[in-house]
Design a protein around this ligand. Structure first.
Ligand code: PLP
Length: 205
């Protein structure tokens, strides 16, 4: 018997218009993911009346921390120390803390986004010490290998990093991994949140 709660679905709406987000929201979907800060800000503003939850899942430049901290509910792509102080400083007092996942790169040279596994613990400690940020867990985008055995190995490495974080920070509850092609495999390997775009919205042009 699997007694874990079901994984949450993050609908990845990058490149899709606000109307497509609104249509999915009428079916009950609340959480949406965007890769680019300004594109996400525009959609979040256009759809503010719907009270949706916005996640930044793309690379965050330090000069976009202010917009990210003001608009998003979650930043899943925190991968370096430099982002922590500005996100904390710019998070408005009027909003709840900004939820943060540490993005980790478990494929070494094959991928450039995400921090080294060895750097996760220090980053997690620094996020946990920031009063306007809430450390929630780990995000990863393993290399899209055609070999699903390799993908499973990568998910298992991410899971181990997440479990290690949980022993240090017991409030951590989110393991974000798996996309349209491999979300079922990710859930089997312990994902608590899957990020699905093309399967929901159709192929991106
Ligand atoms: C685009 C993207 C997704 C969704 O990808 P699909 O293959 O369309 O499901 C998930 N996570 C991240 C970080 C992405 O950039």
């Amino acid at each position: 018997m699997n007694r874990r709660p079901p994984a949450r679905l993050l609908a990845v709406s990058k490149t899709k218009p606000a109307e497509a987000v609104a249509a999915l929201a009428t079916l009950g979907q609340r959480a949406f993911g965007e890769n680019y800060v300004l594109e996400g800000v525009a959609k979040a503003q256009a759809l503010a009346a719907l009270g949706l939850e916005w996640h930044l899942i793309g690379h965050l430049q330090s000069n976009k921390c202010r917009e990210a901290a003001e608009t998003f509910d979650w930043v899943q792509s925190l991968d370096r120390e430099k982002l922590i102080a500005p996100l904390n400083r710019f998070r408005p007092e009027s909003r709840p803390r900004l939820n943060v996942l540490i993005q980790v790169n478990v494929d070494g040279e094959a991928s450039k986004s995400g921090c080294e596994p060895a750097d996760v613990a220090a980053l997690a400690d620094a996020v946990a010490a920031a009063p306007r940020l809430q450390l929630r867990g780990v995000m990863a985008i393993p290399e899209p290998s055609p070999d699903f055995g390799r993908r499973r190995d990568a998910f298992q490495r991410v899971r181990a990093i997440y479990e290690a974080m949980r022993t240090q920070h017991p409030g951590v509850d989110t393991l974000s991994m798996g996309m349209s092609e491999d979300y079922l495999l990710a859930v089997e390997e312990g994902a608590t949140m899957v990020r699905v775009g093309s399967l929901l919205f159709g192929k991106r042009g």
